[in-house]
Design a protein around this ligand. Sequence first.
Ligand code: BES
Ligand code: MN
Ligand code: ZN
Length: 498
Amino acid sequence: MEFHVKNGSVEKQRTGCLVVGVYEPRRLSPAAEQLDKLSDGYISNLLRKGDLEGKAGQTLLLHNVPNVIADRVLLVGCGKERELTERQYKQIIQKMVQVINDTGSTEAICFLTELHVKARSIYWNVRFAIEAIQENAYAYNDFKSVKPEVRRELRRVIFNVASRKDLTVAEQAVEHGKAVSTGVALAKNVANCPPNVCNPKYLANLALALADEYENINTTVVDEAQMAELGMNSYLAVSRGSENPAFMSIIEYKNHPNPDAKPIVLVGKGLTFDTGGISIKPSEAMDEMKYDMGGAASVYGTMKAIAEMKLPLNVIGVLAGCENMPDGNAYRPGDILTTMSGLTVEVLNTDAEGRLVLCDALTYVERFDPELVIDVATLTGACMVALGTHTSGLISSHNALANDLLNASEQADDRAWRLPMGEEYQEQLKSNFADLANIGGRFGGAITAGVFLSNFTKKYTWAHLDIAGTAWKSGAAKGATGRPVPLLSQFLINKAGV
Ligand code: BES
Ligand code: MN
Ligand code: ZN
């Protein structure tokens, strides 16, 4: 799909389809008003007859509107003026595309950019429109021998802006919207890929391919032999039960005007499958544990997005690839592991493996002398219990970083919520035999997991995102969401100050 912006008036647009909004009850948006005048009241006449109330998502497709040179006019209901939420706006945009795809129109000029979506600017209206359109177009059919055929006539969407001076910012919104939705789609593809294909080696190959694609990206891959030399015994213990060896990919993006600027480091949990190991999971919905690499997928998608946007930053993305399997050689409950940091961990549950992989990855990244580190992980079922499936969990002891992430999450409409930390939670992780236990009991499981990680992040500014509830959807619409690529990309856009 092509996206453009322009500044023009409705009457001059020669195109397949003009899209204008109608508020509830039967109130014309400024662009609809102009078309109504041009057509001597043709539109208001239809509304008066009751053909469109203006409820959010209602549509009415018109042909041969008097005096209008566009082939079609699509009226789109936008609900009550000034009550429109981001979510409704995106749904309206998706409805628009669905209706036009069923016509013969390959191009649309969209005036819905003039809608009031909360206090959003034209930048956000354009960017969210692109993200919503790409979300609507996404399908994962790589493994279907007969690809479902969908009619997709619409090729080009042109967003109109009300004044010429909005053009620059709208063009930037197009660039950012395209990059973020590319990153989201990529993260979805990797996460949806089945675990017999998407194994740690596969993740490493993706990371290497990114370096071939972009001049300013360099990728190195740490294999199990190197991990052993580094003392990453905790990471290796999780991997030991699997025939698919672990690989940790380091994707270095260098584009800061000062090449020596400290990097921002993103670390993604990349469990390409999590059976639970010897503490094996129940079989119901276990297939969904292919999504346990959602953190790594989102880091990969974010690296793609920032490379597309050419953000002037130094960013390192780490994909901590690993598979957790039960096996004669698998690690056991009761094992005590010496992590790369030197801290020892008593394994009380082999299903709490994410933190065991991440703790060593988080120690490893100390060598980059990072400005800050954010880890992203489908870490705990407890986070889903706490926050549901709409909001990611955020844990950090650094208020400024936590606030920057919350701010980016609100901006990008990719929600996150901060959970508390504290010594009391640390006490839940006491072990009789080692420095730490790998689980902290029944209560506050998302927090104790985050607090466990905080033992390994003392040398830098750090935040943790638990995306167990948000990385994928279960049920009939099962599939990866690509979250939190929008949040992370926005955080980095803000950091870059572009
Ligand atoms: N990958 C899971 C967390 C998870 C479970 C995410 C279900 C999404 C849906 C993680 O490795 C895990 O198994 N965590 C355990 C921790 C427990 C043993 C302390 C959990 O949440 O049950
Ligand atoms: Mn697990
Ligand atoms: Zn897991």
